[in-house]
Write a protein of this length. Structure first.
Lengths: 96, 246
């Protein structure tokens, strides 16, 4: 089980959280302006990174707030967690 | 919901793999193990011209990618992004005991999956972790969840000791059905997205994939299972077909 540092509540066990998948996917401002492939890329296509991934988590059995995290998908270790709306940190400086 | 499938059975997965490998070898197929694909080479036209590996280059105009949980990684070598996410799926095996469990039991309601192998080991299937991972191990609470359900249903198994556990990486599509077919790159074909299932589909999957690669067009059976369905919106409405919670 992972130990996840909620930016609001501190380190808590994984079973208090839900993972929301890849982060920094923004809904296109004008969906009607996209062709079908671009819309499919937004809905369904994912980087599915083997390495450092930015992803969303929600502390559903805690503060119920969403935040982002950088996690290495090979070791499962978290490099850092950060607030929604903040840019993706540089992985090399994020290790904690 | 419950059911008993009297004709149901198990196949020994190692023996199936060995059988296919021996038959393929007898037909002249070269099977090169411990050889990683490091690149997929393309012509100026965009079509595939070969693969680079840790043991050298193989020139070819057709490549079939069948890489299970690492499909996104391999397809990335050709610059193709996929509608896939990879998760660890855990299984564990107990010490061997005399025959005590002459069936396969699966419960979605409490998430239990158990059978007994010919060697006498209890074979237990647990679930996937909630996050994507290539760690080849899963969280302990995932297997504990299944073991609790099994011990609740069969208290006599509560004293069994587990010998080993592992996590295989499974690639999951948005509609939970596989992708078997062409890709945007001429000569590059993919058979992936089988998720937590796929073993029992091996013969059929291999047959229609070979057809697709030989003819450049899908067999009628795999025609709906295109990569393109995520663009057209014609998803496969069979998310529950495997009867396992993905």
């Amino acid at each position: 089980m992972l130990l996840i540092a909620c930016p609001y509540c501190g380190p808590r066990p994984e079973i208090e959280f839900r993972c929301g998948g890849e982060a920094h996917l923004s809904r296109p401002a004008e969906p009607a302006a996209l062709d079908d492939q671009a819309w499919a890329e937004y809905l369904f296509y994912r980087n599915n990174v083997r390495g450092v991934q930015a992803e969303r988590w929600v502390h559903s059995h805690g503060c119920a707030r969403w935040f982002n995290a950088l996690r290495d998908t090979v070791s499962d270790s978290f490099l850092t967690t950060y607030l929604m709306g903040q840019p993706r940190p540089d992985p090399s400086s994020a290790r904690n | 919901m419950r059911g008993l499938q009297r004709r149901g059975g198990v196949a020994r997965h190692d023996a199936v793999a060995w059988g296919y490998a021996r038959a393929a070898d007898a037909l002249g197929v070269d099977i090169i193990q411990n050889c990683e694909v490091t690149g997929i080479e393309r012509r100026a036209s965009g079509a595939v011209s070969g693969v680079e590996t840790t043991r050298g280059r193989i020139g070819t105009s057709r490549v079939g990618v069948v890489a299970a949980g690492h499909t996104s990684v391999i397809m990335g070598r050709a610059g193709v992004r996929m509608p896939l996410e990879s998760f660890p799926l855990q299984a564990l095996v107990s010490e061997p005991v005399k025959p005590v469990f002459p069936c396969v039991l699966m419960s979605n309601a409490v998430h239990a999956y158990i059978s007994q192998s010919d060697k006498g080991e209890l074979v237990i299937g647990a679930g996937t972790d909630q996050y994507t991972s290539y760690s080849q191990q899963g969280g302990l609470h995932i297997s504990a969840h299944t073991l609790e359900a099994i011990c609740e249903l069969f208290p006599q198994f509560s004293r069994m000791r587990m010998l080993r556990s592992w996590g295989g990486i499974v690639d999951v599509t948005p509609d939970r059905s596989p992708i078997i077919g062409k890709t945007p790159i001429p000569g590059l074909f993919v058979n992936c997205g089988w998720g937590t299932g796929g073993f029992k589909a091996t013969p059929g999957s291999g047959h229609v994939f070979a057809w697709t690669m030989a003819k450049g067009e899908p067999h009628p059976i795999n025609a709906p299972f295109t990569l393109d369905r995520f663009r057209t919106g014609r998803l496969i409405d069979e998310a529950a077909a495997a009867a396992v919670a993905h």
